[in-house]
Design a protein around this ligand. Structure first.
Ligand SMILES: Nc1ncnc2c1ncn2[C@@H]1O[C@H](COP(=O)(O)OP(=O)(O)O)[C@@H](O)[C@H]1O
Ligand SMILES: CC(C)(COP(=O)(O)O)[C@@H](O)C(=O)NCCC(=O)O
Length: 313
């Protein structure tokens, strides 16, 4: 594919040997706790793929800091009044299809960065909370377009990202719950001046029309999680199963009703949503943003990352 000409592709074997002569990566012993949180994530993935990725993030952070210091020196006219731009969060954007594993990737990276650099404050959020609430989507005939660009309040998201970079205060952002399949009323997450912020969402590399700023303008590093759509469909269905297991005895859960049906029917329903909503969204709006990423993590059918693309230019 021609867009891949912009990237150097590393096989997993090549990628795993990259080590940076800097702070130590968290010892494997500690990582095993992390892996048990995400039972099917292989310890090998953490060691072979995420450890070099954490080092790469560290290089990017140090380079950004050096560039800022050099710019400050450049703009200093009176040495007794040195320009000192305040430190701002280093923002990592993660995108990819619904159910490709963005939030799992974000959680693992979050945990590893926290453990490896205990002096850095690392936070993460998902942009799902910036979806319009179901009531609004319904009113506008957009319920079947959930996840498409028009279903997000992109202005609010861009304003929020701008505040992340410019404000010196803690900021709140809206939360989404898969259990109620809606934005959670009156509940918020907090971003409290982190050193590193991971922002994960299907829409974060998109360029909405009629806006002067894009979400990705605020990213210092961007990662796209990629996989063949037939695999993602399978993972979507598996996650659907998990949602149904959780909902089985909970009538307040969005998936309760479908969880009472035979699994075959539920799978048909999941497939219908996949083919009518999430796959078209992937093909039309998400995948075309892939080449904006600095790094593409490609996953094979068992979730293992088999190659890593790093943007050259
Ligand atoms: N590395 C992984 N190993 C095993 N399962 C994974 C991995 N990454 C994601 N999954 C599973 O795949 C499904 C989709 O992942 P999730 O992180 O929820 O995707 P997204 O945030 O992109 O929608 C979930 O059921 C999750 O448990
Ligand atoms: C809320 C979402 C757009 C978020 O994407 P995700 O975090 O799952 O990648 C998605 O989970 C979703 O609900 N899509 C609409 C179609 C569906 O019910 O799957």
């Amino acid at each position: 594919m021609s867009q891949f000409k912009l990237y150097t592709r590393y096989t997993r074997q090549e990628w795993q040997q990259f080590q940076y002569d800097g702070p130590e990566i968290a010892p494997v012993q500690q990582l095993s706790d992390l892996v048990s949180l995400h039972d099917r994530l292989s310890q090998r993935d953490v060691r072979e793929v995420y450890a070099p990725l954490v080092h790469y993030v560290d290089i990017a952070i140090r380079s950004a800091k050096k560039f800022q210091d050099t710019k400050d020196q450049f703009f200093t006219v009176y040495p007794e009044q040195p320009v000192q731009t305040p430190a701002v969060p280093f923002v990592i954007g993660i995108s990819g299809s619904v159910a490709v594993g963005k939030s799992t990737t974000a959680r693992v990276l979050h945990q590893l960065l926290k453990e490896t650099y205990p002096n850095r404050k690392v936070e993460m959020l998902t942009t799902d909370g910036f979806l319009y609430p179901n009531a609004v989507l319904e009113q506008q005939g957009l319920l079947k377009r959930k996840g498409f660009p028009e279903s997000y309040d992109m202005v609010a998201l861009v304003n929020f990202m701008s505040m992340v970079k410019t404000s010196r205060e803690s900021l709140r952002y809206p939360l989404y719950s898969h259990e109620i399949y809606d934005v959670v009323p009156n509940e918020y997450g907090i971003v409290d001046q982190p050193d590193i912020l991971i922002v994960e969402g299907i829409n974060v590399f998109q360029l909405p029309q009629n806006q002067q700023l894009y979400v990705s303008d605020f990213f210092d590093l961007s990662i796209y999680v990629d996989a063949e759509s037939r695999n993602i469909r399978k993972w979507y269905r598996e996650r659907f199963d998990l949602h149904m297991d959780l909902a089985q005895n909970d009538p307040s859960n969005y998936y309760y009703e479908i969880s009472q049906q035979p699994r075959e029917e539920a799978h048909e329903y999941a497939d219908e949503i996949w083919y009518s909503i999430n796959l078209p969204n992937l093909v039309q709006y998400i995948e075309p943003t892939r080449s904006r990423a600095d790094i593409i993590l490609h996953k094979a059918d068992n979730h293992a990352i088999d190659s890593v693309y790093v943007r050259k230019y």
